[in-house]
Design a protein around this ligand. Sequence first.
Ligand code: ATP
Length: 234
Amino acid sequence: MTDVLTVRDLRAGYAGSTVLDGVDFTVPAGGVVALLGRNGAGKSTFVHTVMGMLKPYSGSIRLGDRELAGAPAHVVARSGVAIVPQGRRVFAPLTVAENLRIASVRGRDGWTPERVYELMPRLAERRGNRGDQLSGGEQQMLAIGRALLRNPRLLLLDEPSDGLAPAVVDQVAELLEQLRGEGIAAVLVEQDLHLAFRLADEVAVMQKGRIVHRSPTADFRADRARAHALLGVG
Ligand SMILES: Nc1ncnc2c1ncn2[C@@H]1O[C@H](COP(=O)(O)OP(=O)(O)OP(=O)(O)O)[C@@H](O)[C@H]1O
């Protein structure tokens, strides 16, 4: 299968300090790859760099045939990459409907607010509520809905379970499972291993700004000693 995302020897960081120290990473078309690693390994820095929110020092970020390294976020977004940021960042003073409306890409086929409401009936019920009147799970769904309205080929999910109660994580997981059928490829940064294992086809582990391991999810799950050695959990 062809890869939708191909990252080669990516280096990036903040104010001259290096966080990403030569990342090689691929996502197959329609595939979901979990990006795991301890706190501070560089996972968020990686998704921000792919999204064009942080300019890399060097290296290549290709979406299909298109080179995106160094391109600003709006160009990356237009090329078909959408991010569901850590902490969700919905617009608090705007209603659900307004949050979705401003995320809609006019004149493009594909996702519409109505289709988002069909997928997430809970959001439809709360369409008149402001962002800051939503529960954490509803905010996460809204953040996912906003990203879908960009009609992405690649979705970057930065810790979607963060700060959510287990039952709510389960609802978000069900939603993301439904999306698997849509053929949207995804990078899933997650601390919640159960969620990562449930959703991802493959697992990659980042350590100190490099990918040190990659395997099919089933293989990774089966080897608890290795998971423990790589992540300090088990
Ligand atoms: N805006 C920033 N300015 C300076 N340094 C930063 C900034 N954001 C992150 N860092 C540093 O970059 C390193 C990697 O952080 P990053 O958030 O990418 O890790 P992470 O793997 O996503 O960790 P976590 O799981 O804790 O979110 C850390 O040492 C962090 O302190």
